[in-house]
Structures are given as C-alpha cells and as structure tokens.
Design a protein around this ligand. Sequence first.
Ligand code: HEC
Length: 211
Amino acid sequence: MVEENESRVLRRRRLVRVVTRRLSFRATLFGAGTLAGIVLGWMLANYSEGIPVRAATSPATGEDIATLRTELEQLKTLVPDQAHAMQDVGYHFGNLWFAAQHQNWPLADFYLAETRSHLKWGVRIRPVRQTKAGDIDLNGILEAVDNSLLSAVKEAIDKKDLEQFTQAYRQTLEGCYACHKASEKPFLRPQVPKTPTVHIMNLDPAAEWPQ
Ligand code: HEC
C-alpha cells in the first residue's frame, strides 16, 4: 500500500513536471499566464517535492488523478502549436539576415540563438509527425540541421564573414525546406527575406541613440 501510494505520488510529480515544462513554453503568449499561474501554483502547492507530509496523510484518490488529468488536458490547450513556434522561427531567422547585412554581428548572434531555441521548442511541441511515408522524427532532422547548417551560420557570425554567412544562410533555408517537405508541407518554401520583420530594433551597429 505504501509502495502503491509512493508510485502514485511519483506519477503525480511526473505529471506536474510535464505540465511545468509545457508551461515554460510561454503560455503567457496567449494571455493565459495568469490563469496558468494560478493553476500551476495550486498544483505545485499540493504536489511539489516539499509536501510529503500531505501526500502521506491523504494519498491520491482516483478522483484526484482524474481531476489532474482534466486540468492537464486544459493546460495543453493553452500551449502554442507547432506552427506558432515556427512563425517565431521565421521572425528570428528573417531578422538574422538583415542583422548580418548590416554587419551587426552581436544582433545576428542573438537572432541565430533565438532561431535555434525556437526550432527546438517547435519540435518539442510535436516531435513526431504522421505522414503517408510513415512517422517522421522531427528531432532527428532538427539535430542534423542544427549540428551542420546552423553551426555553419554560427561560425560565419563568429568570424564576421558576410560571404560565408550568406552561403550558410541559403544552405540553411534548404535544410528548413527539407524538413517542411518531409512533413508533407512542400508549399512552405522559405526564401531570403526582402524586408526585416522587426521595426523597433535599430539594425545599425554604429547607432548612437538611445545611449
Ligand atoms: C525539424 C523540422 C523543421 C525544420 C528544421 C524547420 N521547420 Fe519550419 N515547419 C515545420 C513544420 C512541421 C511546420 C508546419 C507546422 C504546422 O503546420 O503545424 C513548419 C512551418 C513553418 C512556418 C510556417 C508558420 C506559419 O504558420 O506561418 C515557417 C515560417 C517556418 N516553418 C519557418 C522555418 C524556417 C525559417 C526554418 C529554418 C531556419 C524552419 N522552418 C525549419 C518543421 C520544420
């Protein structure tokens, strides 16, 4: 019985961990931060590591777990979808082009890092896609893109080499497209952007205002 209770507690903790991880994906984007915060706060207060006392005195009932499952499902609906994360990728990767054209290398470095982390986020949201050709492991594709193509972009930025950057950037776009095709979305064909999406950021590395 004690063991069974313990395994329930462990299961609940795992659920909380899943929820916590999902929430860290900027649930606030949806203006739902407050709601999520309240729910999460409640869950943590009840189920976090620090409350074995409560867990020991009132073991989880089937009802508790059912409630938790319902809440987990609700929280899942607040998590942005893969297309949303990808839109961010498009934003960061697009701005990266212009930061580099302005030879604003620190800003380029920032946009590259954001591109990489948002790609990872997107793939975490949905790591496997079902296609006619079978299940596609997006993680594997992303790893390949990240380790080779995006690493080459990083190298060019570190070297402040615009020519190498341009080549690596274009090659990465081919990598982006390879994954879109594998995901049966060949109509998502990226291009070198014509105008930056960001307007509020000054791309000029020699800008003097604001100080
Ligand atoms: C590991 C696979 C993978 C890689 C790598 C990838 N994408 Fe995507 N991307 C997807 C999938 C899958 C979708 C469609 C998501 C959906 O429909 O829910 C998508 C959609 C998009 C969208 C459309 C979002 C929208 O709703 O308008 C953009 C923009 C985008 N990707 C940009 C990029 C760029 C830029 C890169 C490369 C830097 C890239 N993607 C690399 C898998 C990938």
